[in-house]
Design a protein around this ligand. Structure first.
Ligand SMILES: [Zn+2]
Length: 149
């Protein structure tokens, strides 16, 4: 991954990474790259609310990631401007909450302590990092290799 990837390409890379990483939960998560489509109007409402609170939120990227598990679902939306890795961290924090609700476990578990790893911007995507040491364990998509160690 030496050349710069476009935002849309990075969304696909994130989806691949999530498919690999969510396997460690042994739960049937379904991860798909989707067009924002009908969700755009929902997002426009959020943007209007942010604008009313004095924040300016850029347009969403038309490519999003749908994460589904049974009747639970989450759409990870990225923006056309701003730090992609920071947006990815926000999205992954929401996903971590969803996984914790479904599995009642913290995900992904820190190999050293009783807390979850944190997503931290690293290169164009993120790495999973212990929040207290802060040891970098693996990049997004690498949790399976971590389990095998
Ligand atoms: Zn730790």
């Amino acid at each position: 991954m030496s050349r710069d990837l476009s935002r849309a390409e990075r969304v696909h890379a994130v989806a691949r990474g999530l498919r690999a990483d969510l396997r460690s939960t042994d739960e049937p998560f379904r991860i798909e790259v989707v067009e924002l489509g009908d969700l755009r109007s929902h997002f426009d409402i959020q943007r209007a609310a942010a604008a009313a609170a004095g924040y300016s939120v850029p347009e969403p990227l038309s490519t999003a990631i749908s994460v589904r598990h049974g009747c639970s679902g989450l759409t990870l939306v990225f923006l056309t401007e701003g730090e992609f890795a920071t947006q990815l961290v926000d999205n992954l924090e929401q996903l971590q909450d969803m996984v914790a609700e479904i599995t009642t476990d913290q995900w992904p578990p820190c190999p050293r302590h009783n807390h979850p790893l944190e997503p931290v911007p690293h290169g164009m995507l993120v790495s999973w990092v212990c929040p207290c040491t802060p040891e970098i364990f693996t990049e997004l998509g690498g949790l399976a290799e971590l389990d095998a160690q």
